[in-house]
Ligand binder design. Structure first.
Ligand code: ADP
Ligand code: MG
Length: 698
């Protein structure tokens, strides 16, 4: 058993079994390893001592030093308080307690010098501190910490068991003395030299009891680097091992693709599209299973990339499927791709929830006997009755709507060779997050929009200006364009939202009696939704009043105005996603964010960001900073975000460096067998096989 798995009850400063149990229950601290890795959440700066004469109400928590000159109980019963006077030569400070009066009266002694730490206020013209920390002044010994660590604890521990931040500080102090030689260096000498990292044992000491702010910073850097390094090492190793094990079909021949390029492709591919296609083709030639994430901002042209990948499969005798999260999207893909498929002599089918049983039967047969090359559809693809003769490639569009379980279901559709997987998303995931969430996938990015697109003009308007906005809409419709007006409907059951939407629909109908107006929302039956959507696509209606059901993927190039009502209620990524519904054609497009006057600071930042930039990645980064990683889609269950010290929203650069370092080490030494990497190997071996976070001591 290792030193760090020793249970906390054996620590003298913990004292007994009962307190140890409570530390476990309340704070999740069970072992020495848990305690030493519970880093302070902040530090009190004990380096500066204020003169009492200089205190004023605008100061934060500060420290003064003076002699206790007397104490007095004032008042009766619940209003009773204890006031002590502290003098430092420059003035006198009243220190007041309303609670714990008896105890303070007992421990605070006259004529002793105290260091007092608290928030200064002024009462009756005299400086005052209520419930400050009070400690007998001792001269700081050389090497002693000036920044005092502050630890999280619980009310229960604090109030009934005297386990406050200070008590935890004493436990950590004792533990660090015992731990000495047990703290093994977990990074290689080479890494430490290359990235100027502080040794582990010193970092552990300094993170709890920093001697200077510089040393604290170096300690934090070292521990963050280590944490992120081990996350990346783990992900990259999983990826490499999977690649080593799982075979994939080889798609090397491309005659139909050449035909498509030469004779049918209606536009030039962007450089970014070509790069991604090349990434995919390279994967198809390796004989290993591809697992690739394709990130591309809305409108960047992912669909054609998907189709080209599907052509590569078809050219090599394999079938492929493209799965979309909604029926509308599946339709759109089908309609868009069918013309190409027909030109090329490729068979393409569509399977959704509303496919008639008779058509289904035909599809099933074609898939089983191999005469159907490509299939576009929704979740209906996953059903067990859907069997392929030789499924070689599965593509998922807008992946965040699909779970891992569904992904693996698609894998099983080919019992002989697992199909290649391409996951496409327009949800801008910040690079740092993508590296961690999808660190085991290969990532390709389309970071370029097709030529000739005019950047969408985004403006913010208050509700009071609605008439002007309506005028603008009228002008645009007169020019032959179409308009979306979107209402929040975050919870489809929210009656209020529903009322907003129907009220909105009525007022829009009244304002535009001369135009046809569609309405689409989550409470409608799929057929009705589809019917309305199709009317809009066919330009039979000019204005579409909708909820966020139009958020994902819908492509109506003639729609050039998007009005978002109550825009302050949407998250930043969602606003950006919605905005992607326009700007798909050659005309200038507009996004109008409507709000009331009252806006929170965060809402203001979101609106300003939308007005300022169209860049999905920049928006994703700001979103991450506003919300923190825990709130972002799909991150909660992943476990990889259970970090001790690093912060994905802030430590992007350390993350990038650590990933590069991990990759370089694995490239040179995949099994970590070289003597130079012994520290790393030993560290991983010391962990339980199930450990989620490889940076931890256990
Ligand atoms: P998304 O990446 O959001 O799925 P789509 O694949 O729907 O984007 O493409 C948006 C529009 O851009 C489609 O109408 C598509 O035909 C068009 N498009 C895609 N690539 C190009 C290109 N290289 N040049 C011009 N238009 C393109
Ligand atoms: Mg798309």
């Amino acid at each position: 058993m290792s030193f760090f798995s020793t249970r906390l009850e054996f620590l003298r400063t913990v004292g007994n079994r009962q307190r140890a149990d409570l530390l476990g229950k309340e704070l999740g601290l069970f072992t020495y390893g848990d305690l030493i890795q519970r880093y302070p959440f902040r530090y009190l700066d004990r380096t500066q001592v204020y003169r009492i004469a200089d205190l004023h109400e605008d100061l934060p928590m500060v420290q003064v030093r003076g002699v206790l000159r007397g104490k007095e109980l004032i008042g009766e019963g619940p209003k009773q308080r204890l006031v002590a006077k502290i003098g430092d030569g420059s003035g006198e400070l009243d220190v007041v307690w309303f609670k714990g009066v008896k105890w303070v009266q007992h421990v605070a002694k006259n004529n002793v010098e105290y260091t007092v730490f608290g928030k200064p206020t002024v009462f009756n013209g005299r400086p005052q501190m209520a419930h400050p920390e009070l400690e007998e002044t001792t001269e700081a010994k050389p090497g002693q910490s000036f920044l005092q660590p502050v630890y999280n604890t619980s009310e229960k521990l604090k109030n009934y068991h005297k386990v406050d931040s200070k008590a935890i500080m004493r436990m950590v102090g004792e533990l660090l003395k015992l731990a000495g030689s047990h703290i093994a260096e977990s990074l290689s000498a080479e890494l430490m030299a290359n990235y100027a990292l502080m040794p582990k044992a010193q970092a552990m000491q300094q993170i709890h009891f920093p001697q200077t702010t510089e040393l604290l910073q170096a300690a934090r850097f070292r521990l963050k680097f280590e944490e992120l390094f081990y996350v990346q090492l783990k992900l990259l190793r999983q990826r490499d091992q999977r690649k080593a094990v799982l075979a994939g079909q080889i798609f090397k021949e491309v005659p139909t693709l050449v035909d498509f390029y030469q004779n049918h492709l209606p536009f030039d591919l962007t450089g970014a599209q070509k790069r991604v296609i090349h990434d995919i083709y390279k994967d198809f030639c390796t004989g290993k299973q591809m697992n690739r994430l394709l990130q591309g901002d809305v409108g960047s042209g992912k669909t054609i990339v998907a189709f080209i990948a599907m052509l590569m499969a078809a050219d090599n005798g394999a079938q492929s499927c493209l799965m979309a999260p909604t029926e509308i999207l599946a339709d759109q893909h089908f309609v868009g791709l069918k013309q190409y498929a027909d030109q090329l002599g490729i068979t393409l089918g569509k399977l959704t929830g509303s496919t008639k049983p008779r058509d289904r039967k035909v599809l099933h047969e074609g898939l089983r006997d191999g005469t159907l090359h490509m299939l576009v559809g929704t979740h209906a693809l996953l059903e067990d009755v859907v069997q392929f003769r030789n499924l070689g490639l599965t593509i998922m569009d807008e992946q965040h709507r699909f779970g891992v379980a569904q992904r693996s279901k698609l894998w099983q559709k080919n019992p002989y060779v697992i199909p290649h997987v391409l996951v496409m998303t327009a949800t801008p995931i910040p690079r740092t997050l993508a590296m961690t969430l999808y660190g085991d996938l290969d990532v390709s990015v389309i970071d370029e929009l097709p030529a000739g697109r005019k950047p969408i003009v985004t403006v913010h308007r208050y509700d009071g200006n609605r008439l002007k906005v309506f005028e603008f809409i009228r002008d645009q419709v007169k020019l032959g364009r179409q308009v979306y007006i979107v209402y929040p409907l975050i919870e489809e059951s929210e009656t209020l939202d529903y009322k907003d939407l129907t009220d909105g629909y009525e007022s829009v109908s009244r304002a535009f009696p001369e135009y046809q107006i569609s309405i689409v929302h989550g409470r409608m039956k799929a057929e009705d939704k589809d019917f309305e959507m199709q009317r809009f696509i066919r330009r039979e209606t000019q204005i579409m009043v909708a909820t966020t059901v139009i958020e994902v993927g819908v492509n109506v190039p003639n729609a050039s105005v998007l009005v978002i009502e109550s825009a302050e209620r949407f998250g930043l990524s969602q606003l950006h996603q919605l905005r992607g519904r326009v700007g798909r054609g050659a005309d200038q497009s507009y996004c109008i964010l409507m709000t009331g006057f009252k806006l929170s600071a965060d809402a203001r930042t979101r609106l300003e960001t939308m007005v300022r930039t169209n860049n999905g990645f920049e928006i994703a980064d700001i979103d991450l900073k506003l919300r923190g990683p825990g709130d972002l889609m799909g991150t909660q269950q992943s476990g990889v975000l259970d970090l001790l010290i690093a912060d994905l929203a802030k430590d992007g650069r350390i993350l990038t460096a650590s990933r590069e370092a991990a990759q370089a080490i694995l490239n040179a030494d995949p099994e970590l067998l070289l003597p130079a990497n012994e520290n790393i190997r030993r560290h991983i071996e010391s962990l339980p096989a199930t450990a989620l976070n490889w940076s931890r001591i256990s």
